[in-house]
Design a protein around this ligand. Structure first.
Ligand code: C5P
Length: 435
């Protein structure tokens, strides 16, 4: 897989070095094409060392190889990160005043751009018009993330994390190989073609719960669990990369919110239930990746519970009475009734015990919960809680087949889950017009 990594001249160029590593480690053959301004931020030796290949810097080097045409022709994918306001402007207007813009004009493969700039530049009507124009030309332009910018300011304009750009690029390649990518390949320049950013989840709204709920006992204590939120956040990230509108209901996770994802922060199981319900009208799929507490303390103590409880009771420990939390997933299934929408996905953390192995337990849980897909996590193998990798079995009620994924990065697991959801959505009504 031949990839051109274009780097334009913004401070975020240093993050492109990390992105380059992700690509090379995944086996891509990467030629880095930095602009002259990019080279002022990160020098040629860095790109050459990390890519293991000569760096293509201008149209006047090795002219006999016609680099301004060859690089674009040979590429299977072009990624520009960061794409500055200036690069977006030049690319939108078909300028060819350096090697990178020449390459963008000659490439007939998918092109992904990850803009990064100050908020004022990103929100300026000129930049907005350039982005619209590029998207009309079939270029996939990611929305920048919000957060801390170079100075003291914050706002939209931050380069998405290298892992997010990588995931979006991989999703593009996968779709292109399937031949299912709209607005790609030879029709990339067809005016008025379908939304060029569209993936197989374009026009869909998905709700993902992530993290672990906390059930407060008093102002300082809670009953909680070890869920990091990594799997749920990876699901949100992967769905956004595939074109979905994503609402992420996040329970007590401080992970970085993926670009383009709307987050609703909650703490308890009851709040999670309310937030999921509020996001649900019109949603196409709900993925319950959160670890929801089955029980909560019956009474919340307004004041911190003291070590001692009164005269003569210094050593007595308090008894905490618990009550059941609702099973949110089962409730969603019950409320959906006989409708096929939304698609409902449950997670299960299983270890296997005397009553059966992981798959037997998962099959029973799938039947009990009544959802459309159960993602059974193998826990206790040092591959799930808080880790970047996990191993899952995907089970559907309509099939005896089990798809096993991993141990693999949670982003890969997320991709497999969305493959199943996309399959389940086929036939669940059409995507609204204009998507
Ligand atoms: O029954 P168990 O807790 O193993 O089921 C896990 C699945 O059910 C997860 O998808 C989790 O988000 C969901 N769940 C829920 N409400 C609960 C407990 C779990 O929706 N009270």
């Amino acid at each position: 897989m031949k990839l051109v990594l274009g780097v334009s001249g913004g401070i975020a160029a240093y993050k492109a070095a990390l992105l380059l590593r992700l690509f090379t480690e995944a086996g891509y053959e990467v030629t880095v094409v930095p602009t002259a301004a990019a080279l002022r931020f990160v020098g040629e030796p860095t790109w050459a060392a990390l890519s293991g290949r000569p760096v293509a810097t201008d149209v006047w080097t090795s002219v006999h190889e016609v680099p301004h045409v060859r690089l674009g022709h040979e590429a299977d994918l072009v990624v520009v990160a960061p794409a500055t306001a200036d690069l977006l402007a030049r690319a939108a207007h078909g300028q060819a005043d350096d090697l990178l813009t020449n390459t963008l004009l000659t490439a007939r493969c998918p092109i992904l751009m990850a803009p990064a700039m100050h908020t004022e530049m990103w929100t300026h009507p000129a930049t907005a018009a350039n982005v619209t124009r590029l998207r009309e030309h079939g270029v996939h332009v990611l929305d920048p993330a919000s957060g801390r910018l170079t100075g003291v300011d914050t706002g939209p304009g931050r380069l998405p994390e290298p892992e997010e750009i990588f995931a979006a690029a991989v999703a593009l390649v996968d779709r292109d190989e399937d031949g299912t990518a709209p607005g790609q390949g030879s029709d990339r320049h067809t005016p008025g073609s379908a939304d060029p950013l569209a993936g197989d989840l374009a026009g869909r709204h998905v709700v993902v719960s992530a993290g672990g709920t906390r059930e407060p006992l008093d102002p300082v204590r809670f009953l909680g669990n070890r869920s990091s939120g990594k799997q749920g956040y990876a699901l949100a990230e992967a769905a956004a990369a595939r074109g979905a509108r994503v609402t992420l209901v996040s329970a007590n996770s401080d992970l970085l919110v993926p670009a383009g994802v709307e987050v609703v922060r909650i703490e308890t199981a009851l709040e999670l239930q309310e937030a999921v319900r509020a996001a649900l009208p019109g949603a196409d799929a709900v993925v319950m990746a959160a670890a929801v507490a089955d029980f909560r303390p019956r009474d919340y103590q307004d004041n911190k519970i003291k070590k001692t409880h009164g005269e003569g009771q210094q050593d007595a420990a308090p008894t905490i009475e618990l009550v059941r939390n609702p099973d949110i997933l089962a409730g969603l299934v019950a409320e959906r009734g006989t409708s096929a929408s939304p698609v409902i996905v449950g997670f299960a953390a299983e270890t296997g015990d005397a009553s059966g192995d992981v798959l037997t337990l998962a099959r029973a849980k799938l039947a009990r919960k009544g959802c459309d897909l159960l993602v059974a996590n193998e826990v206790g193998r040092d591959v799930t809680f808080g880790k970047d990798d996990s191993m899952v079995h995907l089970l559907r009620p309509d099939s005896e087949e089990v798809r096993t994924v991993g141990p693999a990065p949670k982003l890969v697991v997320a991709g497999a889950v969305w493959d199943e959801v996309a399959d389940l959505l086929t036939g669940h009504g059409t995507v609204p017009a204009g998507q």
